[in-house]
Write a protein that binds this ligand. Structure first.
Ligand SMILES: [Zn+2]
Length: 125
């Protein structure tokens, strides 16, 4: 009779931390510490892991003020707010496309690109 799932959760977290991006090699652990991604592929790669966190963040508060960010309130690194925004936009874009709402899909896509540019810097010359 072991503890109720505690060990399993820790194992899962450890495994998750070691999950790395195929493109740039950044791990979820590094992301959690730095709050920054290595390449545009990362937020797709880690989307599944981040979705529950994002659900918590959105459930915790709807405020978008300048005081402790939603990400900080959830114990996530600074910069995660933008990541959650990015993932939210991706979902929104998918939904818009599914509804054939291409106007909104285009707006979402543009917002995603703007965020990606800011996160990852200008493309190499
Ligand atoms: Zn990457």
């Amino acid at each position: 009779m072991g503890p109720l799932g505690v060990g399993q959760t820790a194992d899962e977290l450890a495994a998750l931390d070691q999950k790395a991006c195929d493109m740039c090699g950044i791990t979820f652990f590094e992301f959690r510490n730095q709050g920054r991604l290595g390449c545009p592929h990362d937020y797709v790669h880690f989307e599944k892991e981040l979705e529950p966190l994002i659900a918590n963040i959105h459930g915790a508060t709807t405020h978008t003020g300048r005081r402790p960010s939603r990400a900080a309130a959830a114990g996530l690194p600074e910069g995660t707010d933008e990541l959650t925004g990015l993932i939210g936009l991706r979902r929104s874009m998918k939904d818009a496309i599914a509804c054939e709402d291409y106007e909104n899909a285009k707006e979402d896509r543009d917002a995603i690109r703007a965020l990606e540019d800011r996160w990852l810097g200008p493309p190499p010359a």
